[in-house]
Ligand binder design. Structure first.
Ligand SMILES: NC(=O)c1ccc[n+]([C@@H]2O[C@H](COP(=O)([O-])OP(=O)(O)OC[C@H]3O[C@@H](n4cnc5c(N)ncnc54)[C@H](OP(=O)(O)O)[C@@H]3O)[C@@H](O)[C@H]2O)c1
Length: 256
């Protein structure tokens, strides 16, 4: 991407100007969006294609709304658009306490699935409180010795975690990974299907997520809010690999 650029893609705020031919949004609308990479979310103003935008959930504020787009869409598209998770199925979510994982746990529970998550022991009670039926402590337990015959695995970790996941699926099961290439021939060997997620910026799906938030079925998990001037600190926290839920940067005190 050409430099200098403004980083950040997830945004929540108020429409200032709607482009020519845009009828779905008007100035003053309170919205949230996944902008494209390089469109610049870490800023007071950004320009977003109207197909990437949705009205923000009415029951929550801008901070929580800004936590939704990429992680929420990644979880939604992995579980429903790719794996086709259905009521009564069993799903294993690796990295359940993370940004994608906390949405995935709640979406899967909302759908009526049996939900198993991997996390360290400090996150076990928290994950049960948001919908995990079982939590496996990845530091002290090997998940492949505990679960088998699963319908869906959502992998947000990769590496050894992905490699050990193939054998826990039932034949015909589905593995989605957010982080790695699908190794050639491996899904066939285990008689399963697999896809690597590439999250799409989809305003219609954001509107669906907003609706179930307003029905109080799920909620964004925001554990840290920092001013934009602390963006570096926010990235360092994220890069630790052990943040719970989402970190949000506050750009303006009141976006109105
Ligand atoms: N392909 C796409 O379109 C797409 C979209 C979104 C995200 N992603 C990628 O997906 C990955 C996950 O994103 P994220 O935002 O959810 O990450 P994140 O919020 O940074 O994940 C942090 C979480 O990972 C957990 N964790 C770390 N090591 C683990 C392990 N070995 N087993 C189980 N849990 C472990 C931590 O739990 P503990 O503290 O308990 O260890 C922590 O809660 C990232 O690599 C991101 O870049 C890709």
């Amino acid at each position: 991407m050409p430099l200098p650029m403004t980083v950040g893609s997830d945004v929540a705020g108020v429409v200032d100007v709607a482009g020519q031919g845009v009828n779905s949004f008007q100035p003053g609308d309170e919205v949230f969006a996944k902008a494209s990479a390089g469109q610049g979310g870490y800023a007071e103003y950004t320009v977003v294609n109207s197909t990437q935008v949705a009205q923000k959930p009415k029951s929550i504020g801008f901070i929580e709304s800004a936590a939704i787009p990429t992680a929420g869409l990644a979880a939604w598209q992995s579980l429903f658009d790719l794996a086709g998770l259905e009521r009564g199925q069993t799903v294993l979510i690796h990295g359940a306490a993370g940004g994608v994982g906390t949405f995935a746990v709640q979406f899967a529970k909302w759908k009526g699935a049996y939900v198993i998550g991997t996390a360290s022991s400090k996150n076990a009670e928290f994950l049960k409180s948001i919908g995990c039926d079982e939590v496996i402590d990845y530091r002290n337990q090997r998940f492949e010795e505990i679960v088998s015959d699963l319908d869906v695995v959502l992998d947000t970790i990769g590496g050894d975690t992905l490699e050990r996941s193939w054998g826990v699926l039932k034949p015909g099961g589905f593995l989605v990974t957010t982080v790695a290439e699908i190794p050639k021939g491996v899904p066939q060997k285990y008689e399963v299907r697999a896809e690597r997620l590439m999250t799409q910026a989809d305003g219609k799906e954001l509107a669906q997520i907003a609706a179930i938030i307003d029905e109080q079925k799920i909620k964004p998990i925001v554990t840290t809010v920092l001013p934009l001037t602390d963006a570096r600190k926010a990235h360092e926290m994220s890069e630790s690999g052990h943040a719970r839920g989402k970190i949000v940067l506050r750009v303006a005190e009141d976006p109105k």
